[in-house]
Design a protein around this ligand. Sequence first.
Ligand SMILES: O=P(O)(O)OC[C@H]1O[C@H](OP(=O)(O)OP(=O)(O)O)[C@H](O)[C@@H]1O
Ligand SMILES: O=c1cc[nH]c(=O)[nH]1
Ligand SMILES: [Mg+2]
Length: 208
Amino acid sequence: MDNLIVVDHPLIQHKLTILRDIETGPKEFRELTKEITLLLTYEATRHIKTHSVEISTPICRTEGKMIEDKKVTVVPILRAGLGMMEGVLSLMPNASVGFIGIYRDPETIQPVEYYAKLPGINDNEIFVLDPMLATGVSSAAAIEYVKKAGGKHITLMCLIASPEGASFISSKFPDIKIFTASLDEKLNDHAYIVPGLGDAGDRLYRTK
Ligand SMILES: O=P(O)(O)OC[C@H]1O[C@H](OP(=O)(O)OP(=O)(O)O)[C@H](O)[C@@H]1O
Ligand SMILES: O=c1cc[nH]c(=O)[nH]1
Ligand SMILES: [Mg+2]
């Protein structure tokens, strides 16, 4: 899978290990989700354009490079993607944010879309956020929605991907890169990622 990038930096591995631990409570879980996402963002934004600006240092005039984060749109998939949002926004505070609400029906394992509000996305760089790429149906539904709204430059960021989810997304959207902190072993009979971290939304918001 050429379009799957596993960002297995030691700092990310360390934080992901604590995140997975069943003993880690919601406060730390939220902090780690933000921190890992921030580190993933560093890699996932390598391709974004820079432009030259002239500035004065205390010594002389010089040219520097800057990004235009006003042309970036972040799209967390509710609920659990919300936990990743601040990690991206802390590096690109002028990005616009769109929200897509999707939950996975536990019986059918099909995505149920219940909310969507996207800003104008024009030619923006779009980062879809979904912490768990399990079967991939939720991310695929969100990507389809963003594409229908005119999104062209889409990157998917997740914390943990399953082989099944990663190959589903990469065959459906060969032009989309997936950045993940880990490619896990497999899905279990309930389509949960193994070893995974359980239900990301429940752990972020203590709903179970
Ligand atoms: O790859 P998939 O098989 O689609 O599974 C992944 C999705 O499942 C979870 O959402 P969930 O349905 O638990 O909703 P929540 O975020 O509101 O908890 C998770 O946050 C992903 O969006
Ligand atoms: O392992 C999984 C699969 C789907 N959703 C989660 O939150 N975790
Ligand atoms: Mg959930």
